[in-house]
Write a protein that binds this ligand. Structure first.
Ligand code: PEP
Length: 251
């Protein structure tokens, strides 16, 4: 069964006390979220240790926004999957376009991160998506297929069954420009087709989230598409009311 998921990526926002308030507000409104919808939040690293316990107790999943591509050692400033697992972090966003773009993370690096996350029992929320010029030059299917082939299709069937995917067209992230519901559905269905070729019917159970300027006003239409299983939410996840309203829109 595909899980319905709404995940909030706080990015580099909130001081610790602001994050604590936001987490409490989200937990306080959790009863409004339809049963069967898994909420996940991804606060900055500094907040994880203190927020993991209360969020997990409330039934909210906790994700890191990144992890290292090495197990341990002389990698100043990095945080390993083992460290995240040791404080109870359950998920990790990997391959976000901001990491690919600003930190030069390649598919090879991302594959290492995904494998390490799995080795430590952390479920990757793996992001894929094309840039504006790639869509405008009609290369979007090819780009997304390559991202899948180079990382997701390299996984074992057992790991694949656990992964969560997020289709995030780069041109829609933080721009206020959302993919239409039809564009999202078309790409999500394509992603499933690519994955079915490699993993068979297991691909029908993969949760594929949409991300990119998702807000309360457009969430229901996006989430109403057959292959859209929820959302990865950036800006709107910093407001508890908006985040919960988006989660309520999951059908
Ligand atoms: C994101 O960064 O994953 C994202 C979807 O951002 P936004 O919702 O702000 O476009």
């Amino acid at each position: 069964m595909k899980k319905k998921i709404v995940a909030g990526n706080w990015k580099m926002n909130t001081t610790y006390s602001e994050g604590e308030i936001l987490a409490k507000e989200i937990a306080g409104q959790l009863k409004e979220v339809p049963e069967g919808v898994q909420l996940i939040v991804a606060p900055p690293f500094t907040h994880l240790c203190c927020l993991t316990g209360p969020l997990r107790e409330a039934g909210i999943g906790i994700a890191a926004q990144n992890c290292a591509d090495h197990e341990s050692g002389a990698y100043t400033g990095e945080v390993s999957a083992a460290m995240l697992a040791s404080i109870g972090v359950q998920y990790c966003i990997i391959g976000h376009s901001e990491r690919r773009e600003y930190y030069g993370e390649t598919d090879a690096v991302l594959l290492e991160k995904v494998k390490l996350a799995f080795q430590h029992g952390i479920i990757p929320i793996f992001c894929i998506g094309e840039r504006l010029y790639e869509r405008e030059s009609n290369q979007h299917f090819e780009v997304v297929e390559h991202q899948l082939q180079n990382v997701v299709c390299q996984l074992s069937a057992t790991d694949f069954e656990k992964i969560i995917l997020a289709y995030e067209p780069v041109w829609a992230i933080g721009t206020g420009k959302t993919a239409t519901a039809a564009q999202a559905q078309e790409m999500h269905a394509y992603i499933r087709t690519v994955l079915r070729e490699k993993f068979g019917v297991a691909a029908d159970n993969t949760s594929i989230l949409y991300g990119g300027s998702c807000k309360p006003s457009n969430a229901a239409e996006l989430f109403g598409q057959a292959d859209v299983d929820g959302g990865l939410i950036g800006g709107a996840s910093l407001n508890s009311g908006d985040f919960i309203a988006i989660a309520k829109a999951v059908s």
